[in-house]
Design a protein around this ligand. Structure first.
Ligand code: AMP
Ligand code: GLY
Length: 443
């Protein structure tokens, strides 16, 4: 599978690319971008220990919060296209600043990033556009929350309004737990991100991730993906940033995706336009496929992690052209991403204790890896003073493989994982269980 590269080419110079971010997501973006021969150099700010293993990549130390210094250095490096990976700089308006300085940027401005940075804003946005989502209450005080929780006849989910690194959502089993969650958020568990909470009707169904590359007016969809959010096998344990993923998600048939496009994706883009938001970047639709149809659980203003690592190996060298077109407002909307003849899967190796407290600084050993259609993207790694590869985060490595079917994909990923070790390494053995024919729940 590949993007149909014959259909389009670069609109401008694309020699020097900058990617902002330090995770597996950013490394996988760099890996897909370097495939294009027009790209001479990819800089990552700050990247991680795995970044420079990727062809054409160089890490640079610049404080992105020092705007004058940042702009001066990017001018010096003659950066042709900037891709902003994480939500925090987007929510802080970094894309706006860089655009004002004349750079081509893939990533929404502060206004568009609100889709992710304020859950209540996103819910009201969906209500305005009649986009299917669960019922909700925006709540400004604990007193108000108590009243709603106590009188509710349906199970509720509690969310901090602002950014909380994926930890601001509680799925309580009882009213008591629900109250405690609201209390902890109003008591400052997530700082200012918890000044407002959103109470939501709890809905049920499998979750899928859909990504639309958007140029402000037009969009195209990337292959779909399914993430595994829970820490433990059989989808138990606390929510994490994501323990693994596979792409495409067979649950989303062409017909289903068409319906989602009409009911959710197009109305989202139209509503952004109506609100005068010029969204140039990726919109991540976190969807729940309920019995009464697909509903939006959340929007993110960035690529998902680990969905991005999973999808990027399915892109060919024209991927960077898509990013460029989005940044320039020049998408036609008819760029074709061909149906894949390969499938992709990713397993994340984490530090013991993640998503709660964990220790870092453990040496990582990587043995004999089957590198055919297999990538290891570092998520949280650094080098010791002696150049040894060390763990440096909760999610440490993303092991990604492609093959003709998901059994082969995950056989290869797990075979490679046997060659990887660090103190306290943990990963789920059942990633892709929904799509592995040779996987038994007795495993
Ligand atoms: P979010 O950060 O909003 O994506 O929420 C994290 C996770 O919490 C989602 O992936 C769902 O598994 C779960 N979740 C969020 N909202 C709801 C809801 N209204 N009903 C049921 N589960 C939810
Ligand atoms: N994998 C879920 C996320 O990136 O938020």
């Amino acid at each position: 599978m590949s993007i149909n590269s014959k259909n389009f080419k670069s609109l401008s110079i694309l020699e020097n690319i900058l990617i902002i971010g330090n995770g597996g997501r950013e490394n996988s973006l760099a890996w897909a971008i370097q495939k294009n021969e027009l790209v001479k150099k990819i800089y990552l700010i700050p990247g991680n220990a795995g970044s420079e293993r990727i062809n054409k990549c160089e890490r640079i130390k610049i404080n992105i919060n020092n705007q004058t210094d940042l702009v001066e250095k990017l001018n010096f490096l003659k950066i042709d296209l900037i891709v902003i990976g994480p939500e925090i700089p987007l929510a802080n308006g970094l894309a706006d600043l860089l655009r004002k300085k004349g750079f081509k940027v893939f990533g929404p401005g502060k206004d568009g990033a609100k889709l992710e940075s304020s859950k209540s804003w996103a819910k009201e946005f969906m209500k305005d556009a009649n986009i299917p989502t669960s019922n909700f209450w925006k709540v400004n005080s604990l007193k108000e929350a108590k009243k709603i929780i106590q009188s509710s006849t349906i199970p509720l989910v509690v969310k901090a309004d602002g950014l909380a690194s994926g930890k601001g959502v509680f799925i309580p089993d009882s009213k008591d737990e629900c109250l405690r969650a609201a209390e902890s958020i109003f008591n400052g568990k997530f700082g200012n991100s918890g000044n407002v909470i959103v109470l939501e009707e709890k809905i049920e169904g499998p979750e899928v991730s859909v990504f639309a590359l958007c140029d402000g007016q037009k969009f195209i969809l990337l292959p779909t993906a399914q993430d595994h959010k829970r820490l433990k096998e059989k989808d138990k344990g606390p929510n994490t940033g994501g323990m693994g993923a596979y792409s495409p998600a067979p649950l989303l048939t062409d017909d289903y995706l068409d319906k989602i496009t009409k009911e959710i994706i197009e109305p989202t883009i139209n509503e952004l336009n109506k609100k005068n938001i010029d969204y140039k970047g990726v919109i991540y639709f976190g969807l729940m496929l309920t019995k009464s149809g697909a509903k939006v659980i959340e929007y993110n203003c960035r690529f998902g992690d680990p969905e991005c690592q999973t999808i990027m190996p399915l892109m060919d060298k024209s991927f960077v052209f898509l990013l460029e077109k989005c940044a320039m407002g020049k998408l036609t909307g008819s760029e074709k991403i061909d149906t894949p003849d390969k499938l992709s899967g990713c397993v994340i190796a984490t530090s013991k204790g993640y998503p709660n407290k964990y220790k870092t600084g453990f040496p990582i050993s990587i043995g004999k890896i089957d590198a055919t259609d297999c990538q290891i993207f570092d998520s949280g790694t650094c080098f010791s003073k002696n150049g040894e590869l060390l763990t440096d985060g909760g999610r440490v490595l993303s092991i990604v493989c492609q093959d003709k079917d998901f059994d082969r994909v995950f056989d290869k990923a797990y075979k490679n994982l046997k060659e990887i070790d660090f103190d306290g390494i943990y990963f789920r053995n059942d990633i892709g269980h929904q799509v592995r024919k040779n996987f038994s729940t007795e495993n």
